[in-house]
Design a protein around this ligand. Structure first.
Ligand code: SF4
Ligand code: SF4
Ligand code: SF4
Length: 291
């Protein structure tokens, strides 16, 4: 079951006894499949051209962000940038580029934290966002182990911004914009099981070229965006957090249990948030994109 804003208000009127923190997988909206949509980034192929950054902005109706003109600009994901390319430079001359966007976790902490499932998995296993459901609580930001969701502070109709694996393009039979424009195929799109097999085949074929594991195969319960790194450059040097194989939604459940413990007070707060956000949204213009 997913609740829209009206359903949520009705839900708040229901008995408190009916509300409890549900398992993370149930909250994500669907069970994972081996062939869910995925992306593979191969750091040995990336030349740092940032075509993917610009294509991502164009595809999502966002500005091509540059405030300083520096190569590193922007330096982090933000409310107007769903995809960035960062550069690692070691003291010993090692260097690598790395792409950052939502990891599309197999069991996402963000969907587990989102009590009305504004963030949820679509039919392809992609973590998508419904601004019409979002009440701006930003629990997803707290829960995400990769610090991906960003909040539009400057808008009356503030929303969460993150990569949705170009679900609007995929629905049209196109691939994600970043994968389409990459001149070296450093980032590719396909079913997770096939991309994972491809990644391991690359490592086996060139063990002197690659780090021996695939980031995202197991980390945080597995992610649908996976990485290969250059031999001698660790995933942590690329800014990817060291995470165990357990899915992270436990933190989300903790948030939910904390919030729901008092039930009446949070529901009153949420009722106010729903009303305020709904009022603001009705005044706000729609965002553009290549949909
Ligand atoms: S990386 Fe963060 S925002 Fe993306 S699916 Fe995982 S928990 Fe959600
Ligand atoms: S899949 Fe789409 S939204 Fe995500 S990083 Fe690539 S271009 Fe941007
Ligand atoms: S378009 Fe491809 S090669 Fe260029 S920065 Fe993006 S991932 Fe790297």
């Amino acid at each position: 079951m997913r609740l829209d804003r009206r359903g949520f208000i009705a839900f708040m009127g229901a008995s408190a006894a009916g509300l409890s923190a549900r398992p993370a997988r149930a909250q994500s909206g669907r069970a994972p499949r081996a062939d869910d949509d995925a992306m593979l980034f191969d750091a040995t192929k990336c030349i740092g051209c940032k075509n993917c950054v610009h294509a991502c902005a164009d595809a999502n109706g966002l500005p091509r962000e540059s405030t300083s003109g520096l190569w590193h600009d922007p330096t982090d994901l933000n409310a107007e940038t769903k995809n960035i390319i960062m550069q690692f430079r070691g003291d010993d001359g090692r260097q690598s580029f790395v792409k950052r966007q939502c990891m599309h976790c197999i069991e996402p902490a963000c969907t587990a934290a989102c009590m009305i499932q504004a963030l949820h998995k679509d039919e392809n296993g992609v973590v998508v966002y419904d601004a019409n459901r979002c009440i701006g609580c930003r629990y997803c930001q707290v829960a995400c182990p990769f610090e991906v969701p960003k909040f539009q502070w400057g808008s009356n109709a503030a929303i969460i911004v993150k990569c949705e694996m170009c679900a609007h393009r995929v629905a049209d039979g196109r691939e994600p914009a970043c994968c389409e424009v990459c001149p070296t195929h450093a980032v590719i799109y396909g079913p997770r099981d096939q991309l994972l097999a491809d990644a391991h085949a690359r490592i086996a074929a060139a063990p002197d070229r690659y780090e021996p594991s695939v980031y995202g195969e197991h980390e945080a319960g597995g992610t649908q965006v996976m990485y290969l790194s250059k031999k001698g450059v660790s995933f942590q040097e690329l800014g990817l957090p060291a995470l165990g194989p357990e899915a992270v939604p436990a933190l989300s459940k903790k948030i939910q249990h904390t919030v729901y413990k008092g039930f009446i007070a949070p529901m009153a707060v949420y009722a106010g948030l729903v009303a305020a956000v709904f009022h603001a949204r009705r005044k706000a213009p729609e965002a553009g994109g290549d949909a």
